[in-house]
Write a protein that binds this ligand. Structure first.
Ligand code: ATP
Length: 238
């Protein structure tokens, strides 16, 4: 279709001093998709998300969201435009209660967000059971659920997820991914980065493979799962 993608990244270059982390990344995320960016440690996945959400300023290239350039737009303004980034390490406040963390997700809202709160409780019953507990006392999986729940309170149109499965037990990973698919089915577009390529490709519509700051492959997630190159390099197949 000729519909403008919700997110379009073009020729993005980002460096940290002398280190060039991204060497010209181009990708698109269309309304309604789950797109995943997979790649080894250090390939540049986190850097890509940080540049999209305005946490890092690129050296060159373009990022447009909802048809407008967002280069130089401060991260908190992106929240107002409903582009929400759940960072690596989750970014929750360990000394605050679960409920306080959740409500922070809605801090820019002036409308009644009770329905969204109830939806988070439905998606993550564990979070609801632990509302009065400090976030730091929760398990890693519960903290990840809280981080995603908090993001939902900002009513994301585009949700950027940085390694939601990192360090979690396989059963919790299944839960998290099933909720990610559910969030997508109810209308939120998702850009997901993962080292767990298998899980990511099983849930995504499309994927990009990042290696040393460049996209080396992209396509339909199902086709990539079946490709020998991806299987050998990223799925541990022989
Ligand atoms: P990981 O899964 O380990 O986070 P990644 O694919 O997300 O890997 P990035 O974190 O984006 O990769 O890192 C890309 C490159 O940039 C790496 O070479 C990394 O060492 C470098 N890098 C990342 N952050 C910084 C920083 N703050 N200062 C200097 N170099 C950095």
């Amino acid at each position: 279709t000729t519909e403008t993608p919700l997110l379009a990244v073009k020729d993005l270059e980002v460096g940290y001093g002398a280190i060039q982390a991204l060497r010209g990344i181009s990708l698109e995320v269309r309304q309604g998709e789950i797109v995943t960016l997979i790649g080894a440690n250090g390939a540049g996945k986190t850097t890509t998300l940080r540049a999209i959400s305005g946490m890092l300023r690129p050296r060159s290239g373009q990022v447009s969201y909802d048809g407008r350039s967002v280069i130089g737009v401060r991260p908190h303004l992106m929240v107002g435009r409903r582009l929400i980034h759940v960072p690596e390490g989750r970014g929750i406040f360990l000394n605050l209660t679960v409920e306080e963390n959740l409500r922070l997700g809605a801090y820019t809202r002036t409308d009644d967000y009770t329905d969204d709160l109830n939806r988070v409780y439905e998606l993550f019953p564990r979070v609801k059971e632990r509302l009065k507990q400090t976030a730091g006392t929760m398990s890693g999986g519960e903290q990840q659920m809280l981080a995603i729940g908090r993001a939902l309170l900002a009513r994301p149109r585009l949700l950027l997820l940085d390694e939601p499965s990192l360090g979690l037990a396989p059963k919790i990973v299944q839960t998290i991914f099933s909720v990610i698919r559910e969030i997508n089915q109810s209308g939120t577009t998702i850009l997901l980065i993962e080292q767990n390529a298998r899980m990511a490709l099983q849930s995504a519509h499309r994927a990009y493979v990042l290696e040393a700051g460049k996209i080396i492959m992209d396509g339909d997630a199902r086709e990539l799962v079946a490709s020998d190159e991806v299987r050998k390099a990223y799925l541990g197949a022989h």
